[in-house]
Design a protein around this ligand. Structure first.
Ligand SMILES: [Cu+2]
Length: 170
């Protein structure tokens, strides 16, 4: 309505439309709880915010902390275990291993810290929450399987999910 009258008389358009709008304005509703549209709008807004937070958490969880270093074996440690939990190296090889903790400091169990330990090789690397670090060690000259584990979280080294196998080939 307001726009039509404004188009018909462009000279006094703004004034006409403003007064028309004032006239057309609905009477204020009697005071009660929030109007329905506002309640629906608020709910939708909250739902969208929660959705965005959830999606960003998932995306953040999938992104490896830190940039993978070229030539380094990548091992991601989280409360779910090691990924991968099987590594193969050559006997006597200088092994470059980038250990990343995918967990946040909010984890009550270990505070997001994880470990990569191999007792037989006296290897014991630790990495803090949502970070990664490159470690080096020399693979043993004796081929075989060596167990690695994390003793920080999830009940320690006895937990099968926080274990893995390093296979040393000839
Ligand atoms: Cu761990």
């Amino acid at each position: 309505m307001a726009r039509r009258s404004a188009t018909r008389r462009p000279a006094e358009g703004p004034i006409t439309s403003r007064s028309a709008r004032r006239r057309a304005a609905p009477k204020p509703e009697p005071k009660r709880a929030l109007p329905r549209w506002l309640r629906i709008g608020a709910f939708a807004g909250i739902a969208v915010v929660v959705g965005i937070v959830a999606v960003s958490l998932v995306i953040g969880r999938l992104q490896p902390p830190g940039t993978p270093v070229a030539g380094a074996l990548q091992v991601h440690a989280s409360m779910e275990g090691f990924d991968p939990n099987q590594l193969t190296v050559k006997a006597g090889q200088e092994v470059k291993l980038q250990l990343a903790s995918m967990d946040t400091a909010m984890h009550s169990d270990g505070g997001g810290w994880h470990e990569f330990a191999i007792d037989a090789l006296k290897v014991d690397f630790k990495v803090g929450p949502e970070s990664s670090q490159v470690f080096t060690f020399t693979a043993p000259s004796t081929p075989g399987d060596y167990q690695f584990y994390c003793n920080i979280c999830c009940g320690g080294k006895e937990n099968p999910s926080m274990q893995g196998k390093l296979t040393v080939t000839a």
